[in-house]
Design a protein around this ligand. Sequence first.
Ligand SMILES: Nc1ncnc2c1ncn2[C@@H]1O[C@H](COP(=O)(O)OP(=O)(O)OP(=O)(O)O)[C@@H](O)[C@H]1O
Ligand SMILES: [Mg+2]
Length: 243
Amino acid sequence: MSTVIRIAPPVVELAGVTKEYPGGVAALRGVDLTVERGELLAIVGPSGSGKSTLLHIVGTLDLPTAGSVRIAGYDAAALGDRKLSALRAQHIGFVFQAFHLVPGMSAQDNVAEGLLYSGLPRAERRRRAGDALERVGLGERLKHRPHELSGGQKQRVAIARAVVGEPDLLLADEPTGALDSASGEAVMELLHELNKEGATIAVITHDTEISEMLPRQVRIRDGLVVEDVGNPVAASLSMGDAR
Ligand SMILES: Nc1ncnc2c1ncn2[C@@H]1O[C@H](COP(=O)(O)OP(=O)(O)OP(=O)(O)O)[C@@H](O)[C@H]1O
Ligand SMILES: [Mg+2]
């Protein structure tokens, strides 16, 4: 019999998370979600089901109304604003549907922005930014500014910026939403590669074709997790039951 020894806390641990917006909308109604280091999962559900709300809470951009949120072992509710920003800077990378690149700034400098709060000197930030762009296949586009890049390339720059600081967790909200299917596939391939290199990645999507490409799918509907397919912890527990 094997014993599981946990050497690091889960990257994400939500317990009983609810979120009520002013006006009485209950966007999340008691979500439990654990993500272990090294996972690649989809959070999938129809429009209005609470996906972006969940991303904001997991990303510590917003606090829940009730329930607990732990990121890399840190209790988000116990940290003040400054410590929460430091937690985000050190542990979480964000990729948004609309890229959010700084116009007029080269790809390399956009990616180096991801290290702004790292305490590294500028030359080192730029060197690492160059490496990250190399990793996403844009080594030949360091000096290009956003308007000189295609949509798929812009999204790859955004991904490079999100991973340049080697975060514990990469959160991507509809990362292929603005892309044609070929560029969308290339972005999904890139996320798979980064995951093989060790990144923990959660992809938010309403698109079941995208979610089915990923090893785990957490389905949410009306603010509740209704299905969790491919959850590695649940799988190892049920194997335990069988013995
Ligand atoms: N700031 C807010 N104030 C009030 N209600 C909100 C707010 N943000 C979201 N909601 C409501 O909460 C629910 C969940 O919204 P959320 O943005 O999380 O959905 P979603 O799953 O991301 O949808 P989509 O796929 O359309 O982006 C919706 O009913 C929405 O109207
Ligand atoms: Mg959304």
